[in-house]
Design a protein around this ligand. Structure first.
Ligand SMILES: Cc1cc2nc3c(=O)[nH]c(=O)nc-3n(C[C@H](O)[C@H](O)[C@H](O)COP(=O)(O)OP(=O)(O)OC[C@H]3O[C@@H](n4cnc5c(N)ncnc54)[C@H](O)[C@@H]3O)c2cc1C
Length: 1461
């Protein structure tokens, strides 16, 4: 082959877009090598090295070919910016060629070898240099890139200048060359993506962006002779010679400022058709999901424009026009168009706004379609109107997108067509002249058609032509076409006008004033031309001024008729959209109604075809805004059912429309509400209220509210006893007192009976056995119970105390009473003791009380798990997942026994019950099941019995006693036993029947939270936690579940999981053992092989205290949960109850034994109720602190509760529970999504913020606390069975803060006696060390007087003994000898004689005898004295000696305490 020919054919210099000189050199070399290649092959070196040498030459030639091809195919801009890299490639190719040729030279005959050497020499002399001008262009663009240019569309003069120069120098000046450049760039992007070269992709994306942004520069470069296929690319240096071209380019440039940016399509090449511009938001460039119109008339995606406004703009982003207001009107029509466009193109309708409003490189780089500005138009001559419609850009009108649009990328002829069309347009005046003078309609038609095509996507042309007489000329043409009844010409004329009117209100106005309407009326009356006429009507109807004109024209009934006609879909759609536009102008509504539009729309909406439903509903919504429209809609047969069907079967948008219509129709129309309800819409509404669009959700909730209000109106006003729901839901209903008016009519009785029947069914109360008896409260009110002194007399038939409830409170009370010598018995409705380990935290004060119960405290200490296994609360995402925080609740002083001889403990309630029962058995108690109680006489006194299966169902009383009726099962039958007692203590728990029978109300906050407790065993989990993160409470938060795990005993693997519970939507059956196992596995983070679910129990958290603790003239007393129910936060429930018992026991004993008057019982309420109130408040504060953690994690528990309440309040009475449950599940799942690992991590800004908030909560002690020493030991009675100091220094106790505060010992009356270790001096045989608390007797009601060994104190002690004897009270005197008095005789015998009940003790000081003395702990002088009650609380004190007559004084003191004044 001839070398020059080869060169010519393969690498003509003109092929190189850039780096032409280098390409020329290399291609010459390439061709030379090729020319000797046949000789080389002929020489056929067979050796391995010979083959390798030939291969290397092949490779080098391939390299050369590639680089030459690259320079001929690549984008000019890219070649310019990569000049240095290209140069390097040339150099490398050169070396490769030289190298391989040398290798070949070694293995071929010398004749060929010399040719090779010649070529090598030539190559060696070749110098590759970059063209300085191209290099400069490249450098400038690189500088632009380095400035970090953004993909904005604003006019940037520097950018424009640089781009202009670059484009000019690189000869990208015509639309053709620009097109070639864009194509080359797109190819590069594709390649970069394949290579996953993000950097390259972003650079090329930016170049492409520039090309698109400034595409107007090339657009009118109509005559670009250099762009002809055979033209030679001109060197940038040579461009100045082509003045015309440069000038044309410059002209375009000068106009640039006024050219609006046209956004790019978001189509992926070959995959998705280009959505019409008006269906895309001008800001996000995406198909819109929620299009809204702003005051400028432009339509935007709601979130985008909201963001624009919230960023402080008050102008239209597209038109820059200042807006009079920033309100947004939904553009349903465009929304409908989007839906139908998507449907037609098989694309999913967007369901949400763009993910991000930041238009970054990547988003734009993804868009490799062309801007509409460079979009092709249909071929000249095509006359199909559908194919030529252009969508008005800003208006809420329709237009079909072009079908079978030629893709510029695939159709090389397009540019020729563009050029030829543009040529035609050059002389507007010529065209007008033709239209004016030409007689032949067909010829005119062709011209009009050409112009129509030109107008299709050329805003400037619309403006220019509109301003230059084309409106009038087209109207004239149309008139002739109508006149000649030429349908094709009418279509062409109408569509040309249509294109002229697109996005150009001025042209529309001109058409109106120039008489387009009469022409259109004529056209629309003829079926042949209805299509184009309707399209033009639609376009015009976007103009406000046109709405009344069209609305009162003949077109309206035609549009309405079109809706139901068998006609072209597009025409129907245009009619529907035109009707929508007309219906937005309210004066049009009567005319629309009179055209029977409502029925037509209803029919259209009931077709089930999504193309029509939303649009029909959009028009109906407008019509419903008028009274007449609304009434007609309600009365139109099938309307309500159609709307109801849409609720059921429609998509989100359609549902939103339908529910909006229904809200309007139902508001103020009860009959409509009934009609709608009859359609069974509630389930759909609830589903929409959860899953619908934001507006749909809002509207459906509104509608549900309307239904609810209507329902309430329908229900007769509730009479007393007539609210079945309320009555049924009461856990144990208390019927009205017998004294209630009996004059109610028969109707009342019937309804009452019916309701009682219902109650009985629900509460399973047998009719025969009316177990709830009504007690006339008034009976007691007139009686003086205290004067009867019925406690003192020995009455064999009467039990002194009956305790209802064998919970910890009842059991502790029975032990204390028994030890104090008071006979008592216990009844409990449960047949056996619960194994459910509710309470587990025993506080310091309770443990002190237990110290006195025959070593109970010590046994608990021995039996509980080691403190290191429960001192912490752990917050985590799962038990095997990450830890969010750990809080240690023990402090060193908690173990030092300085302020108390006992420590807090962690011991399950049922285990405590067992230990208490053991103690009771030791005291002679029998636990009897109902079967075992058979031997007892029915009404026998049952002292020292614990009767299980005995439920207290009634309380009766007379002047001397209380009779409790307890019911029990015997041989399957319900039996009753009456137990007569002097006092009845209701320790029957939170749902106390005793409290209800006594008609005592609870006060406070009910139903704070409902929970389910799942008691389970797993040693595997216990062992795992011991080894990984031992703790008492585990708060677990993850996307699948939330729960609090109480590790009751890690060693035994005993746990309780607390899960929030939302009845009635959830029922206990939802928490089957299997479900609970799943949940546990979820929270643990893996399965457990030995998981055994023992029990599942619901419970309700309240924060309530009984209004009073005593009833029936103080013969019925409430204790424990019966009197107060708190959140378990801080573990105050059982502890407060135990302390109630402690307070009550000695008072009852003192009364029964005659040392106190019955009024002493009043002091129980006076003292304990304030403590209960204070502990309630503390528990609530602590509960709230517990909630701070989920709140910080983005899970607001109050929201969950509010949603629950909301559902109960709104749809609860009308919806199936299943649906309500679905709603809740959805809401909760949404909430838990906050806990996903993708959010909850330090690299996520939100997650990081939440985690650091958590940290500060934990570190600041603001999470749930376990220990409250100030309240635990420091609680103090302000009044009651005490003699307060005259002027107490202590003041009022501090209000609980919810934070841990230290206990400060205090001897103010009402306080618990401070603890100090003392050595008993009277026992010389051994060292007996006791706490001051131990000096108080638990075996009898005995006061303790603490004095110093001082004369005056002894005198006081003797007086005290004397007075106590008088009052039948017991007193022991404790003489505290200072530790410093060691060696002296320390014996009070002679000083106190003849009294003997005393004990000499000596202070045991800490730290080798140093430290605070007893009296300084009490902040008193040693001349003081303290009188301690049998419950270890201080009854009275003398801070520094008694100056008055001590006997008189002490008589006063005792009388006050014992109520004997
Ligand atoms: C999950 C959870 C954790 C808790 N943790 C702690 C904690 O750590 N520390 C703490 O101090 N508190 C805690 N509590 C609270 C504690 O469990 C209660 O305060 C405690 O059980 C109250 O004891 P009670 O004896 O007053 O009542 P209950 O224990 O409820 O006992 C009442 C008894 O009365 C019986 N009864 C009811 N009605 C009748 C009737 N009509 N006739 C006869 N008998 C009847 C019942 O069968 C029952 O046996 C917790 C509570 C819960 C739910």
């Amino acid at each position: 082959m001839d070398v020059s020919e080869l060169e010519e054919n393969l690498f003509a210099a003109s092929d190189a877009k850039l780096h032409r000189d280098m390409c020329k050199e290399l291609s010459a070399v390439y061709c030379k090598v090729l020319s000797i290649f046949p000789s080389l092959e002929e020489a056929r070196p067979r050796s391995k090295s010979g083959i390798q040498a030939l291969c290397s030459l092949h490779i080098a030639l391939e390299k050369a070919k590639n680089i030459l091809q690259h320079c001929s195919e690549c984008s000019k801009l890219y070649l310019a910016i990569t000049g240095d890299a290209v140069l390097l490639k040339f150099e490398k190719t050169k070396s490769a060629l030289i190298d391989s040729l040398r290798r070949v030279e070694d293995i071929v005959p010398s004749s060929i070898g010399s040719q090779i050497l010649d070529i090598v020499g030539e190559i060696e002399h070749t110098k590759f240099l970059l063209d300085p001008s191209e290099k400069e262009v490249g450098d400038r663009i690189i500088a632009l890139l380095q400035q970090g240019k953004k993909f904005d569309n604003g006019n940037d003069s520097t950018e424009l200048e640089i781009f202009h120069q670059a484009a000019t120098r690189l000869s990208i000046t015509s639309s053709r060359s620009a097109l070639a450049e864009r194509r080359a760039l797109k190819k590069l992007i594709d390649r970069a993506r394949v290579e996953e070269d993000k950097r390259k992709e972003s650079i090329v994306a930016y170049l492409l962006h520039l090309m698109r942004k400034y595409s107007k520069l090339f657009r009118s470069e109509m005559m670009d002779e250099n762009d002809s296929p055979c033209s030679t690319p001109c060197s940038p240096t040579g461009q100045g010679s082509n003045e015309d071209r440069v000038n044309a380019f410059g002209r375009q440039l000068s106009k640039f400022g006024s050219i609006n940016y046209k956004p790019m399509n978001s189509r992926k090449s070959g995959q998705m058709p280009i959505p019409p511009e008006e269906l895309r938001c001008p800001i996000s460039l995406q198909l819109m999901c929620d299009p809204v119109i702003i005051a400028s008339g432009q339509t935007y995606e709601r979130v985008c424009i909201e963001k624009w406004f919230s960023d402080g703009h008050n102008s239209c982003p597209k038109t820059q026009q200042q807006l009079p207001h920033l309100s947004l009107t939904p553009n349903y029509c465009v929304k409908g168009l989007i839906a139908s466009w998507c449907e037609q193109n098989g694309i999913t309708v967007p369901t949400g706004p763009p993910e991000s409003l930041d238009l970054n490189y990547w988003r734009l780089a993804m868009s490799d379609s062309e801007s509409p500005n460079s979009k092709s138009v249909d071929s000249v001559g095509s006359c199909t109107p559908k194919g030529f419609k252009i969508v008005p850009l800003e208006e809420s009108s329709t237009i079909e997108s072009e079908r079978q649009e030629k893709e510029e990328n695939n159709d090389p002829d397009v540019n020729d067509e563009v050029d030829s069309e543009i040529n035609v347009l050059e002389g507007y005046q010529d065209i007008l002249a033709i239209l004016d003078k030409e007689e032949d309609l067909a010829k005119k038609c062709k011209v009009v058609e050409n112009v129509r095509l030109l107008l299709k996507d050329n805003e400037e042309a619309r403006i220019l032509m509109g301003a230059n007489g084309f409106v009038e000329a087209f109207l004239q043409f149309l008139e002739s076409a109508v006149h000649e009844n030429n349908a094709a010409a009418q279509e062409t004329g109408a569509m040309a006008l249509f294109n002229l009117a697109v996005n150009n209100n001025r042209n529309k106005e001109l058409m109106l004033t120039s008489g387009v309407i009469p022409l259109l009326e004529k056209m629309i009356s003829c079926s042949q031309s209805q299509g184009p006429a309707t399209a033009l009507y639609l376009n015009l109807s976007c103009l406000e001024e046109a709405k009344p004109v069209i609305g009162s024209s003949q077109a309206v009934p035609v549009f309405v008729n079109l809706l139901l006609q068998e006609t072209e879909t597009q025409c129907k759609l245009d009619a529907l959209h035109a009707l929508y536009n007309l219906s937005t102008y309210s004066p049009n509504i009567p005319t629309l109604l009179s055209s029977n539009i409502i029925k037509s729309l209803q029919v259209l909406a009931s077709t089930g075809n999504h193309l029509w439903i939303e649009k029909s509903l959009a028009v109906l919504l407008n019509l419903a805004s008028s009274r007449e429209g609304k009434e007609e809609m309600i009365s139109t047969q099938g309307m309500i059912s159609t709307l109801a069907t849409v609720l059921d079967t429609g998509d989100t948008v359609e549902q939103e429309q339908a529910v909006s219509c229904l809200v309007i129709l139902c508001t103020g129309s009860e009959s409509c509400i009934q009609m709608v309800l009859q359609e069974g819409v509630i389930p759909s509404l609830v589903s929409i209220s959860v899953n619908g669009s934001p507006r749909g959700r809002d509207k459906s909730q509104k509608l549900l509210m309307l239904f609810r209000e209507q329902r309430q109106r329908d229900q007769p006003s509730p009479k007393r006893d007539e609210a079945p729901r309320k009555t049924v839901s009461a856990p144990m209903a208390i019927p009205a007192p017998v004294s209630a008016p009996e004059s109610e009519g028969l109707g009342f009785r019937f309804s009452t009976m019916a309701i009682l029947g219902l109650i009985k069914r629900v509460t399973r109360i047998s009719i025969n056995n009316s177990r709830i008896r009504v007690y006339p409260v008034r009976y007691f009110q007139s009686k003086d119970f205290s004067s009867t002194n019925s406690f003192n007399g020995e009455d064999a038939a009467k039990l002194p105390v009956l305790i209802v409830g064998a919970g910890p409170v009842g059991l502790v009370l029975s032990i204390l009473l028994t030890k104090l010598g008071v006979k008592c018995a216990v009844v409990d409705k449960a047949t056996s003791f619960s194994k459910h380990p509710q309470a587990h935290f025993i506080n310091n004060r309770s443990m002190e009380i237990f110290r006195a119960l025959d070593g109970l405290a010590e046994e608990i200490e021995r039996s509980q798990p080691p403190v290191d296994l429960w001192r912490k609360f752990i917050y985590c995402t799962s038990l095997s997942g990450s830890t969010l925080g750990t809080v240690d609740h023990m402090q060193p002083q908690d173990f030092e026994k300085i302020v108390s001889p006992a420590s807090v403990a962690h011991f399950s309630q049922y285990k405590l019950t067992n230990l208490l029962l053991k103690r009771l058995e030791d005291l002679g108690f029998h636990v009897r099941s109902s079967k075992e109680s058979d031997g007892l006489e029915v009404d026998a006194v049952v002292a020292r019995q614990i009767l299980m299966g005995h439920e207290c169902v009634a309380i009766d009383g007379n002047k001397d006693s209380i009779t409790a009726t307890v019911s029990f099962l015997k041989g399957g039958k319900n039996m009753k036993r009456n137990i007569q007692c002097s006092l009845l203590v209701g320790a029957d728990g939170a749902g106390s029947a005793v409290r209800k029978l006594t008609e005592i109300e609870m006060r406070g906050e009910k139903d704070l939270q409902k929970l389910v407790s799942v008691h389970f065993m797993s040693r595997e989990l216990g062992e795992y936690l011991i080894s990984s993160r031992p703790g008492m409470l585990f708060f677990i938060f993850n996307t699948n579940g939330i729960g609090v795990l109480v590790a009751h005993d890690l060693l035994q693997g005993e746990f309780v999981l607390q899960i929030p519970y939302y009845p009635p939507q959830q029922s206990l059956s939802d928490f089957s053992p299997e479900m609970c196992k799943m949940l546990i596995f979820n929270l643990v983070g893996h399965e457990l092989s030995d998981l055994d679910v023992a029990d599942i129990k619901p419970w309700v958290m309240h924060a309530e205290v009984a209004e009073k603790f005593m009833g029936f003239e103080n013969r019925v007393i409430l204790a424990g949960d019966a009197a107060h129910r708190f959140p378990p936060a801080g573990g105050f429930g059982m502890n407060t109850g135990i302390q109630d018992s402690h307070n009550l026991a000695w008072k009852i004993a003192a009364l029964v034994q005659g040392s106190a008057k019955s009024s002493i019982l009043n002091t129980y309420e006076t003292e304990r109720r304030p403590i209960a109130l204070s502990n309630t408040s503390l528990s609530v504060q602590n509960f709230r602190a517990a909630m701070s953690v989920p709140s910080a994690l983005g899970l607001d528990p109050t929201v969950a509760n509010s949603v629950h309440r909301f559902i109960n309040k709104t749809v609860g009475s009308i919806l199936p529970t299943g649906l309500q449950k679905a709603i809740l599940d959805n809401v909760f799942a949404l909430g838990r999504a906050q806990l996903s690992e993708s959010i909850l991590n330090e690299s996520n800004p939100l997650g990081n913020q939440r985690l650091s908030r958590l940290k500060s909560i934990f570190e600041g002690g603001k999470s749930l606390q376990l220990q409250f020493p100030a309240e635990d030991l420091g609680f103090r009675y302000l009044e009651g069975a005490i003699v307060p100091d005259n002027k107490s220094e202590a003041g009022d106790p501090e209000v609980p803060s919810g934070r841990r505060r230290d206990y400060v010992p205090c001897a103010v009356p009402g306080s618990r006696l401070p603890h100090m270790y003392m050595k008993i001096l009277s026992d010389s045989t051994r060292d007996v060390i006791v706490s001051t608390l131990d000096l108080v007797s638990t075996e009898k009601v005995e006061f303790l007087l603490i004095i110093s060994p001082l004369q005056e104190s002894y005198e006081l002690a003797r007086a005290t003994f004397k007075v106590a004897k008088e009052l039948m009270a017991n007193v022991k005197v404790c003489v505290v000898w200072p530790s410093s008095d060691e060696g002296l005789e320390r014996e009070s015998n002679s000083a106190l004689a003849p009294w003997e009940n005393y004990v000499d003790v000596m202070e045991v000081k800490r730290q080798n005898g140093e430290g605070t003395s007893w009296w300084s702990i009490c902040k008193m002088s040693e001349r003081g004295s303290i009188l301690v009650r049998p419950d270890q609380h201080i009854a009275w004190r003398a801070e520094s000696g008694i100056t008055l007559d001590p006997t008189l004084h002490m008589r006063d003191v005792f009388s006050t305490i014992l109520g004997k004044q």
